[in-house]
Design a protein around this ligand. Structure first.
Ligand SMILES: [Zn+2]
Ligand SMILES: [Zn+2]
Length: 347
């Protein structure tokens, strides 16, 4: 079968690889239909690494996808050939202290698709996954929407599980790429959340947030967003979702949060270290919460889309597998108004 693999920094080749086969009775063979290009994939593409995890070439990335069941193992009971599924790309061990505590997303032995040293990714025609990672999507849901389930689940997990946001509270979203928008949609969908401020260095991205529920949006390269937000909310915001991995955004977050506020860090910085003005966060008694992907939010994300919430607007570009390199260049360059690029795999 064909696969798109990284063969060097900013190098992607389409090569032939062996067909995957069912190993365990609980495995499912999937035809890969749509693969989303994630910011983390682009980090691997441009840097060859994220933090301490670096690539040994050739290597296949990709973890956001929808697929169709082709074959099922003997013990698979809930899926049958032809079922369309959204896929949770995380395989946890189920036995470590973290798994037993219900924290599968920080499993000690986690294996994540397209994560170097763990599992090969899904930028290929077919892949084998455990049944437990595959969740059927409704008949009227598109395969593109199915591939958006993973990033949406990350945003929903941050909002619903970790933020603790309550009616009447205010929030900021710094960075309006797919993750920022995946935070925005469930946030503004909650009753009593009227004031969500969103920023991005690309105008069309923060404008998109404005069209989808943010009460105010701005570009930090063009205006003093800290001042603008504090003029509107002199006490500061209850929480800020950092969704871009930029030091400047973390600095802005510290300024626009009210004392006792909460900063949720979802973005992945390219640097190994980031910094905080200790004096400011200490005096404000800020709570800093890191977000590690998601935990148990695949089904809620599917339901969110099935309930009629529009997420399709995030898909701005679609490429065939052969043009994966083109897709990655587009996303890496933030060109042409790209939000989410998808690879559509026909075969
Ligand atoms: Zn992702
Ligand atoms: Zn575990």
């Amino acid at each position: 079968m064909k696969a798109a693999v990284l063969t060097g920094i900013k190098q992607i080749e389409i090569i032939d690889v062996p067909e995957p086969v069912l190993v365990s009775g609980s495995d499912v063979l999937l035809k890969v239909d749509m693969v989303g290009v994630c910011g983390s994939d682009v980090h691997y593409y441009t840097q060859g690494r994220i933090g301490t995890q670096s690539i040994t070439y050739p290597y296949r990335i990709g973890h956001e996808f929808s697929g169709t069941v082709l074959e099922t193992g003997a013990r698979v009971s809930l899926l049958k050939p032809g079922d369309r599924v959204a896929v949770d790309p995380a395989l946890s061990c189920g036995e470590c202290d973290q798994c037993l505590a219900g924290r599968e997303n920080t499993c000690r032995k986690i294996r994540f698709l397209g994560c170097p040293g763990e599992l090969e990714g899904c930028l290929c025609e077919r892949i084998v996954m455990p049944e437990s990672c595959c969740v059927p999507i409704p008949a009227d849901m598109t395969l593109g929407e199915g591939a958006l389930v993973e990033p949406l689940s990350v945003g929903m997990y941050a909002v619903e599980r970790l933020s603790g946001i309550e009616p009447g509270q205010t929030a900021g979203i710094l960075g309006c790429g797919p993750i920022g928008l995946s935070v925005l949609l469930p946030l503004v969908n909650k009753s009593g959340i009227e004031k969500v401020f969103a920023t991005d260095r690309i105008d069309c991205r923060h404008q998109l947030a404005g069209r989808h529920g943010a009460c105010w949006t701005g570009n930090p390269d063009k205006k003093d967003i800290t001042r603008s937000i504090l003029q509107q909310e002199p006490n500061g915001l209850d929480m800020v979702f950092e969704c871009c991995g930029q030091q400047e955004a973390l600095d802005q977050a510290v300024e626009i949060l009210k004392p006792g506020g909460k900063l949720l860090i979802i973005g992945i910085p390219e640097e190994k270290r980031i910094s905080f003005p200790m004096d400011r966060i200490r005096k404000k008694e800020l709570c800093i919460q890191n977000v590690r992907r998601q935990n148990e939010f695949v089904k809620p994300a599917i339901n969110f889309i099935a309930d009629g919430n529009d997420v399709n607007f995030m898909i701005t570009h679609t490429f065939p597998l052969e043009e994966t390199g083109k897709a990655f260049n587009l996303v890496a360059g933030y060109r042409d108004g790209v939000v989410k690029a998808m690879i559509k795999i026909d075969n």
